[in-house]
Ligand binder design. Structure first.
Ligand code: B12
Ligand code: SF4
Ligand code: SF4
Length: 394
């Protein structure tokens, strides 16, 4: 916890002490307070991000632009913003799994329970105590609302937005989840944290898809996290090889940060990695149907992307694996009900199969293929049966 309450007299000090005590009791690792007008620079930067289309298909960012720019635009009664952070540090370098291409790499944030659920419950408990003690209304947000959590956390002194755009803390490195409580009570704000990136550029050069057009700016459309989680369509061809075996999110820029040397593994059990999500064999996931997917990922953030998007990602990883043993499982998905899955299966099969095998698969599957995108995948794979993007016989 950041600030001592001993020299703060009166009601404000009592509220701060309560916030710090309850935050610690709920398992938060850092807490700080700022004001609703503390991030005037963020509005223009967010507007530029959206104007340049860097949010990709995340239309909700454009739709909520005005409310997102400042807490007071979201809730005019807000007088204070309490920012909370929870450490989700891994117990080993998550990039180690990149060396095992027949295994899937689930990013650290998604290796156990959905942090939205974990953090929200704790925020609600803390907020209820604050409301009772202050007599002032409160609202709780974690990612799900149009709140710019990173600049607010910086303003509240929890860390600074690094060149990879995420919040970095001297105590926890890049591994913090953020949440916020807005309060109608006036609370004494903390001092903002200052930038400690210096001349370091480790995160920028670590990015496999060159997603940073400049330090402190991310083009989400190029980010593997966006491509594997938010993007509902096929993974654009130019990023498939660079995705490697990352099947849900990406940690490379976070893991490259030298401030992680002070980080510790998560103490919240619900955020510690599930053994079956640390470098699981891709083969297990290629066989997942809807029911199997839901059973495997119940309570996990992976569940949010749904079976088809997840299997799409796994197929791209399989195509990158060089593991011919996965060909049969990939080929079985060439007739899947989802065109998203079929298209990715074509790409994976084309990477793993010998020319004669691919020709035999094309002869079997192309005549019945009626989806233009999937036919385009077959054409790009060099299947002779596809001369146009129209279905055969149409
Ligand atoms: C949209 C979103 C994404 C998008 C876009 C990410 C992005 N950087 O914008 C995608 C899907 C790519 C994504 C990925 C990830 N996300 Co995300 N995401 C969000 C979300 C919902 C909104 C972020 C946002 O407002 N982006 C819009 C941009 C414009 O805002 P910004 O990032 O703050 O940009 C600032 C800088 O660009 C800076 N800036 C611009 N120009 C300049 C110039 C200078 C000189 C300076 C100094 C600064 C500067 O100012 C901008 C405004 O503050 C937040 C939750 C929330 N409500 O805040 C989670 C959140 C940011 N995500 C989070 C996580 C964990 C991730 C991943 C690590 C998940 C993963 N492992 O795959 C990756 C990390 C990728 C990365 N390098 O950012 C955490 C980050 C926690 C932290 N410590 O910061 C958050 C806060 C969720 C949470 N509650 O914990 N995410
Ligand atoms: S999460 Fe991965 S792809 Fe996205 S910016 Fe960071 S290193 Fe690049
Ligand atoms: S890797 Fe270097 S530049 Fe990137 S956030 Fe960490 S300290 Fe800043």
């Amino acid at each position: 916890m950041r600030t001592s309450t001993s020299e703060r007299p009166g009601a404000a000090a009592r509220l701060r002490a309560l916030i710090e005590r309850e935050a610690r009791r709920q398992g938060f690792d850092a807490v700080g307070i700022t004001t609703p007008d503390a991030i005037p620079q963020a509005a223009g930067r967010l507007a530029r991000f959206v104007a340049e289309g860097m949010h990709g298909s995340m239309e909700w960012m454009a739709e909520t632009l005005v409310r997102r720019t400042a807490p007071s635009a979201l809730w005019p009664q807000a007088r204070s913003v309490i920012m909370l952070a929870m450490n989700y540090g891994p117990d080993a370098d998550p990039r180690a799994g990149l060396a095992r291409p027949d295994r899937g790499l689930v990013s650290v944030y998604a290796r156990n329970r959905d942090y939205h659920d974990v953090v929200k419950g704790k925020l609600k408990t803390l907020a209820a105590k604050l409301a009772a003690a202050s007599g002032a209304e409160v609202k709780v947000f974690v990612d799900t609302a149009p709140v710019m959590e990173k600049p607010l956390a910086e303003a509240a002194g929890l860390g600074w937005q690094g060149k990879h755009t995420n919040l970095v803390s001297r105590a926890f490195g890049s591994w913090l989840f953020l949440g916020s409580i807005f309060s109608a009570a006036e609370l004494e704000p903390d001092a903002p944290e200052i930038d400690h990136c210096g001349s370091c550029t480790a995160c920028l050069s670590a990015c496999p898809t060159d997603a940073f057009p400049a330090p402190y700016r991310l083009d989400a459309r190029r980010c593997i996290s966006y491509l594997t989680i938010e993007n509902k369509g096929p993974i654009p061809r130019e990023f498939r090889a660079a995705m490697g075996n990352r099947i849900d999110g990406c940690d490379d820029c976070l893991a490259a940060c030298p401030w992680n040397k002070f980080a510790q593994a998560a103490t919240e059990a619900k955020l510690a990695a599930r053994a079956d999500l640390v470098e699981p064999p891709l083969a297990e996931f290629l066989a997942l149907d809807d029911a199997g997917f839901r059973a495997r990922f119940s309570g996990s953030p992976v569940k949010r992307i749904g079976r088809d998007r997840f299997v799409r990602n796994v197929l791209v990883a399989a195509g990158n694996s060089g593991s011919v043993a996965l060909l049969r499982a990939c080929a079985a998905l060439l007739g899947d009900a989802s065109p998203l899955v079929r298209g990715a299966a074509v790409w994976a099969a084309a990477r793993l199969a010998a020319p004669a095998e691919l020709a035999a698969l094309a002869a079997h599957f192309v005549p019945a293929e009626d989806d233009a995108d999937v036919r385009a995948e077959w054409a790009a794979a060099g299947a002779p049966q596809v001369s146009t993007t129209e279905p055969m016989g149409a």
